[in-house]
Each structure stands twice: as C-alpha cells, then as structure tokens.
Design a binder for this molecule. Structure first.
Ligand SMILES: [Fe+2]
Length: 224
C-alpha cells in the first residue's frame, strides 16, 4: 500500500466498507472514450466562477476567506484549463444538500459549490466563508474538521483527482478519520492549506493558499 494515499478500509468510517471491493481488482485496458473524453467540459457544463458567499446585502454569514489554489504537475509546472469543482459546508457546518440533517442552520446566501477552470498559471481563486466543523452521522464523537472538497478533471475521464483541503491549526485535524487514513504525515500535511499573514488587501477576508500536485512524490493524496 502507498502510505501517501488513504487506506481503503478505515475503522469507524462505515462507508469505506461499502465502497471497498471484497474481491481482487481486475485489470482491463481503458476504453477509447475513457482515453479521449470528455471533450469541451468547460463548454458543456455550467461554470459559476468562484463567488460562493454572495455580496452586498446578500452575503453569507461567517468568516470571509479567499482561497488561492494552484494545480501543478509533478515538475511544478502549472496545469491550465483543468475543470475544478469545489463544495463545502457553510459557516455553521451544514451542507446545502437534501441529505444533510438538521444539526445546524442553512444560510440562504451561501452557495456551497462552484465550478470553474484553472487559468494559464494553474490558478483558481475562491471567495467564500470558512466552513464550520460538523458532526458525522456515525454519532460516536467523530466531527469533521473544517474542510473543502475539490475535484480536478484533466483532459480525460481517467485524469481525475478528488481530494479535500484542511485548515492549519484546527484541533479536529488530529482526530479526523478521513485525513488520518493517510499513513504518511508529510502526505497529510500536503492536504493542509497555508495561512497567509493578513495584509492591507483584501481588508475583509483572510487568505489561504494551497497547491494541488497531480503526480509524483509530492502528489496531493486522494480524499474521497
Ligand atoms: Fe465534507
């Protein structure tokens, strides 16, 4: 097993049992469509830009943050034109999703998701609020730390990374069953954003930077 990738089966995380094959995997050649598609995703899917937290009178409640994410290859070269999807809970730790429960309030001004493409420097910028922690429905004391989900699509179906980003200094990071399913501490650290010391601009938001590396020994771990 690669210690920089999460374990398939995680104690106390029941879904990993359901999605882990009981039989050995069967190797097969990728199909033509898997190797060549999807084409023109940016044209076929709606892009909504990186504004998740509204503006003016209709601003979401919570600590405003700017997330500056860069997508890089194993040599540190930018990956432009990648389809980048993001979703996270509101400041109270509630997803705007019918399957989330009533443990915390919704926020009508919080969008909760975005889809955009990386620019030529591999960058996207999100203007949002810091997500709250939330209790997991296992109801055994497991709380997810504040985190942001990302999906990055390359040019073909087989080049997709689904991962999560965490915030530095959060006490729940040390206990999270998903983050700590990655055995290697340095690989876990690659899932944690960097806090940028506040400056005059932006005056109304804290800034975090994060790199997503798609391959190689510094690759960002998958976090389903
Ligand atoms: Fe989540």
């Amino acid at each position: 097993m690669d210690p920089s990738q999460p374990a398939r089966l995680v104690a106390g995380y029941p879904q990993t049992r359901q999605r882990t094959p009981a039989q050995p995997l069967v190797r097969r050649a990728p199909t033509l469509s898997e190797r060549t598609g999807p084409l023109d995703l940016a044209r076929r899917l709606a892009l909504h830009g990186g504004e998740l937290a509204g503006s003016g009178e209709r601003r979401a409640i919570g600590q405003r943050i700017h997330l500056r994410v860069r997508v890089l290859d194993e040599d540190g070269a930018p990956v432009g034109g990648a389809m980048f999807e993001v979703w996270h809970a509101n400041a109270a730790g509630r997803y705007a999703h019918p399957e989330d429960d009533e443990h915390a309030p919704l926020d009508a001004n919080f969008r909760g998701d975005a889809r955009l493409t990386t620019d030529a420097s591999g960058a996207i910028e999100l203007h949002t609020v810091k997500p709250g922690a939330y209790p997991v429905p296992t109801r055994d004391g497991w709380w997810r730390p504040p985190h942001v989900h990302f999906s990055v699509f390359g040019r073909i179906w087989l080049s997709r990374l689904v991962t999560q980003m965490y915030f530095p200094g959060e006490p729940l990071n040390a206990q999270d069953r998903i983050l700590n399913a990655i055995p290697d501490a340095a690989a876990r650290e690659r899932c944690v954003a960097r806090f940028v010391p506040p400056a005059a601009e932006p005056y109304d938001a804290l800034v975090y930077e994060h790199a997503i590396v798609l391959r190689g020994c510094r690759a960002t771990p998958a976090q389903p």
